[in-house]
Design a protein around this ligand. Structure first.
Ligand code: PBG
Length: 324
């Protein structure tokens, strides 16, 4: 009680503030999403994500090199699939020599110590832009799981460290875990998109991969953003099915969900600061409306404070440089 308690004593200068600081951000916390495309020596800026690029595989190596020099150890990779290779069942996703499989191989060859997390979902491969097989306007759950499990296996076979299913089908963690176990890949982990909300903040990403849903929306599989208890139920399922890391997505608008998952489970929690969050901060900074670096760091600390131990962010390089 005042005057015996004067909280400002611990805020007097940076030395005492840092001595009692509850959370820290370092490159160890960061995961970098990467967009890959076919071609050689090419990169394309994503129109809705200024300064963020899709890379051909050769240039991707330079990008990863830069990231590792800053201390980043984990990448989360997405591939842009040519339109003529898309179909309802995502056949191209299982091509042992597809862009994803070639990318995993090449990254592990060049950077054996970098952890490769691979996106498992049908939407980049789907002619409908949905995360599952479509029949009569519906997204089939169990049939999709069979394909996701094979997709995960094909990633494991070429060296993926962690499978990261971003689709939100029921039971996909179990299907993937069983398939990995049955094929001798018990060391390959799963980072589940446990609480993935049907969010409009994914807009710029769909532009990056040309993967917007051709009809309807994703509300029959992604979560209703009005709900938080449901995230715990999702977590319960994922844990029992064999997930190693639980992810919440998007980030800043869902800090309560991170906090609740952390209370609920002792598994590490990851957060995905999504494309819309990137675009907001970028454009506000470009307009001079706010201080980019300070706001970025404040957001990173918010994720840590809420309970996230892994931050998947398009700003990974910037953050790593700032906290070096
Ligand atoms: C789809 C997928 C999406 C994102 C990651 N994986 C978009 C969606 O669900 O439509 C969004 C990532 C971002 O916005 O940065 N499987």
């Amino acid at each position: 009680m005042y005057p015996f308690q004067r909280n400002r004593r611990l805020r007097t200068n940076e030395s005492i503030r840092s001595l009692v600081r509850e959370n820290h951000v370092s490159a160890d916390d960061l995961m970098m999403p990467l967009f890959i495309m076919e071609g050689e020596n090419t990169q394309e800026e994503i129109s809705s994500m200024p300064d963020y690029f899709r890379f051909s595989l050769d240039l991707l190596m330079d990008e990863i090199e830069k990231a590792t020099k800053l201390g980043i150890k984990a990448v989360n990779i997405y591939c842009k699939v040519d339109a003529d290779k898309k179909d309802n069942e995502g056949t191209e996703a299982l091509n042992p020599n597809g862009l994803m499989q070639r990318s995993i191989r090449k990254i592990k060859e060049n950077f054996p110590d970098v952890l490769v997390f691979t996106d498992v979902a049908l939407d980049p491969y789907s002619s409908f832009g949905h995360d599952g097989v479509v029949e009569d306007g519906k997204i089939l759950n169990d049939k999709t799981n069979e394909i996701l499990a094979q997709m995960a296996l094909s990633h494991a076979e070429v060296g993926a460290d962690f499978i990261a299913p971003s689709d939100m089908m029921d039971g996909r963690i179990l299907a993937i875990r069983e398939t990995l176990e049955n094929n001798g890949f018990s060391d390959v982990g799963i980072m589940s998109y446990t609480a993935k909300y049907a969010s409009s903040f994914y807009g710029p990403f769909r532009n990056a991969l040309d993967s917007a849903p051709g009809f309807g929306d994703k509300k029959t599989y992604q979560m209703d953003f009005a709900n938080a208890d449901e995230a715990l139920h999702e977590a319960e399922n994922d844990i029992l099915e064999g997930a190693d890391i639980l992810m919440v997505k998007p980030g800043l608008a869902y800090l309560d969900v991170i906090y609740r998952l952390k209370e609920y489970s002792k598994l590490p929690i990851a957060v995905y600061q999504v494309s819309g969050e990137y675009a907001m901060l970028k454009s506000a900074a470009a307009n001079g409306f706010l201080d980019f670096e300070k706001c970025l760091l404040e957001q990173m600390f918010a994720f840590k404070r809420a309970g996230a131990s892994v931050i998947n962010t398009y700003f990974a390089k910037e953050v790593a440089a700032l906290v070096q």
